[in-house]
Ligand binder design. Sequence first.
Ligand code: ATP
Length: 282
Amino acid sequence: MGSSDMASQPQSDSVKVAVNVRPLITPELVLGCTDCVTVTPGEPQVQIGPHIFTYDHVYGSTGSSSSLIFEQCVYPLIDSLFCGYNTTVLAYGQTGSGKTYTMGTNYSGESNCGGIIPQVMETIFKKADAMKGDTEFLIRVSFIEIFKEEVFDLLDDPGSVAKAAAPARVPIQIRETANGSITLAGVTEAEVKSKEEMALHLARGSLSRATGSTNMNSQSSRSHAIFTISIEQKRTSSSASEKSTSNEYDILSSKFHLVDLAGSERAKRTGADGLRLKEGYT
Ligand SMILES: Nc1ncnc2c1ncn2[C@@H]1O[C@H](COP(=O)(O)OP(=O)(O)OP(=O)(O)O)[C@@H](O)[C@H]1O
């Protein structure tokens, strides 16, 4: 898992890499699998056979508790977001390693709210509520997937239509604007006023995501999914006089990208062939 805060912070702080070692799951225990990763006690380090790798953090197994991922890696990024910095958390790993579980991209309601995205949503609205005395917020979400090099809008799914009967999805065009920034033409940017509203979009988009089965994960995500929370903050008139004397902003805009990458797998192990294999290379 990687996180970045690309702003004016010291370079050494701008990208952090954490590993989350998931426990063996039932199908693996049934097959008699054993852990192949050991965590060096007291160090953010893992060992696989003769190879040793050191990261910023190691969670799970005998490392730090996975419940600390949000507090230690993600919470500080939300502080940066409210200060106007763009920030990204992305999960990378082979199929079945726990990216979707860790990010919470398979969100389906309150029963599985331990993932990073549900906790981000909760924290953003708590912070916005605490600041609303002197700041107006405009919060929007978009949810896209990149599937075989095409971008699709996960919030633009004809939800009530059965998948088989639904018309083929039309990919979104990637365009460059006159000032050189990259935009996704026509992507849904839904305005949300509460955590619950944002959660509905996450759950709806998660259902539309492309999944398929590999030997390593029966519900494997075959696409990269990017859930983006955009925040605009505007100081209200009551604080305008303070603003004029303190060099403050009129409108502060920032984005939080939460990325659940498709499995970076070795084809031989996953049993992916034909279509699944092609998906694995995108
Ligand atoms: N920390 C964890 N604790 C318990 N179970 C976990 C954990 N992480 C993942 N799992 C379980 O492992 C299985 C695979 O996880 P998940 O679908 O998140 O993998 P993935 O890396 O997203 O795979 P893919 O790239 O194929 O989509 C799921 O059944 C999930 O519930």
